[in-house]
Design a protein around this ligand. Sequence first.
Ligand code: SF4
Length: 205
Amino acid sequence: MTDRLSSIEAIQARIAACRRCPQMIGPPVHGAPVTGRVLLVGQAPGPREADFGRPFAWTAGRTLFRWLENATGADEERVRASVYFAAVARCFPGKARGGGDRRPDPGEIETCGEFLRAEVEVLRPDLVIPVGTLAITEVTGHRGRLVDVIGQTVPVTLFGHETEAIPLPHPSGASTWFKTEPGAALTARALNLLARHPAMRDALA
Ligand code: SF4
């Protein structure tokens, strides 16, 4: 456990010091140095997360943690202490021209993916929770409609590591997907799967 902890802390120190993407707005954001077997993968921090120094610290996070607490009984701090929070990109990408946050570009995803690869190699997760379409694509390879992947447990190979993923939609306030059918029922099904997954139960025990 100590080796895993020191390895994760070393990766997080590299993330914190990283300034490799010229278009990204730092500083990078990472979660607590959790060493359990559940890995959550978000898209990228929003504009407020760096102020708080942790992922999902603003409005989307409130929704995400409400979902998880309703499903598992674990409050935000317990989830943050039990689940490793990673992301496709660790810096705020800035605003897109048409509104909303800019989607990290393929080069940024590849560059920042080195950290995700290192985290997977240390943690060897038994469950991965990709949150939002970009993370779902990166973790599962799925590029189609959310209805075809939310509410399912998907076998995945992530950086050579065989594991399972239970995708969630992005909990952004700007999204209506999870508020209307069939998204609401599929999101509830995914959260039920999460709560019953042995790795999640172990992590929160
Ligand atoms: S997005 Fe990732 S790779 Fe790019 S500067 Fe931030 S931490 Fe570094």
